[in-house]
Structure formats: C-alpha cells, structure tokens
Design a protein around this ligand. Sequence first.
Ligand code: HPA
Length: 271
Amino acid sequence: MPVSAALQALRPRLPFVPDLAIVLGSGLGALADSPEAKAGVSVPFTDLPGFPAPTVAGHGGRLVFCEFEGRKVVLQAGRFHFYEGHPMALVTAPMRIYGRLGVKAVLLTNAAGALNTAFGVGELMALTDHLNFFGTNPLIGPNVAPGPRFPDMTAIYDPAFRARLQACARDLGQTLREGVYLGLTGPSYETPAEIRAFRTLGADAVGMSTVPEAIVARHEGLRVAGISCLCNMAAGLLPQPLTHQEVLEAGAAAADRFEALVRAFVRGLEL
Ligand code: HPA
C-alpha cells in the first residue's frame, strides 16, 4: 500500500492539517453529512492512489476535512475491513496518513456485539483495552520508521481521553460503559462457544475492526480513543440468531446519543 502516493495526492487538497481524525463506524456515518462536513473539503477514497472503493453498500468512502466543534478535524466515512480481503497495510493506511500529516489523535468508533451481560443493546462503551484475535499484527514486516520495532501497548486507549469521555457522558446524562474490545476478522459472526470462551478471556465486546487501526495509530505516535456502539448481544446470549439488520437498526437508534457524545468530546478538547 503506497501511503506516500496517497499522501502526495492528498496534500494539495488539504485546507489545513487537522488535529484530530474521527473514524465513523456504523451509527455515526451521518456526521459526514452534517452541516460542518458539507462546509468542508471532501476527498473520496477513490481519488487516492491505492485506495479502492469500499465494498460495503451504501457508503462512498471519503475523508472530510472540516471545522467541527471548534477544532480542525478529518472525518473518515468508511473504513477498510480485513474481511473484505484487503491487506493490513490498506486496513491501516489511513492511520499512517494521519501520522504523516501531523494529526495528533484519533477517535475510532465501531459497532460491536456485547459479551458483558450487564451491558444492553444500544449502549455505548469506551474501550479500555483490546484483545487482538485477528491472527496477525498490522506491524508485521519491515518496521515503518520512526515508530519503534516493538511499540508499547500498555495504555493504547489514552487514559485522559477515557476520563474525558466519561465526564462528557455524565454531563449529557448518558451511561457510558467501559470495557475490553476483542477484535477478529469476521465476516461470520462468532459461535456461542467462541463467545463463552471470549468471556472467560475478559472480553466485554466483540467486533471486526478497530484493533489494527489502534495498533498502527499508536505506532505513529497518535493518541487513541475508542467507542463501541453495542448493537447486539453476542451470539448465544439471547435465544435468537444474529442479523446484520439488527446491528444496523440498533446503530441507527443510538446515533443521536453517539453523535452528542462525540461532539461533547471534541468541544474544548486539549491536544
Ligand atoms: N460480532 C462481531 N462483530 C460485530 C458484532 C458481533 O456480534 N456486532 C457488530 N459487529
């Protein structure tokens, strides 16, 4: 994945260097059509060499550079998933680009299934940590300088950002859960036996993204925050099969709360 070619195409179109990147997962996509985004500069993925059009229907992937809650941000609508057959280098290419541009922090959002039975469908969860079950690591291969060969992942999800998310949720009267996100390839959902195993391993939520991006963002020196929208109870926890449709519906139902939390987080954020 030629990050440098994509950067070369992107730089002349940048209105500014953003401080913060926000990756919009299921449930937050509408932010890319917000008034702020409409007033910004939109760059379709397909304008960047090496970036294919996303295969998941409905969203044209794009980067939107805009003023958002008083900050210069880039909103990333659409992401590349490993289950689409893309190499990790492409899955994580946006993080490399943000690092190279001088972006200071990234907020990764996603839809996930809840394993913790104290949590409910439609609730939001700040990531405290993750379990990498992709069976690979996006840093495999020659080290990308200046990141370290063996980067520390002790506080991959920035503790100050987590505290700020909690404070914002409190001010909004929202419940914000906290927990460990287990990332795996998909695209099949998990079996009930897998979910039982993952619960004993300490996972609170499970999903098919975020982990590779968080690792590469840290390698680039970005501060990272992560929020999951818990769109379903994980396989076997309820006496019914999982459908992508219910995930989408729960994401849509949580969208306003999700957006309010993200806006509050960005407003007045110190970077
Ligand atoms: N499993 C994996 N990925 C998901 C789920 C799930 O239950 N829900 C949303 N994304």
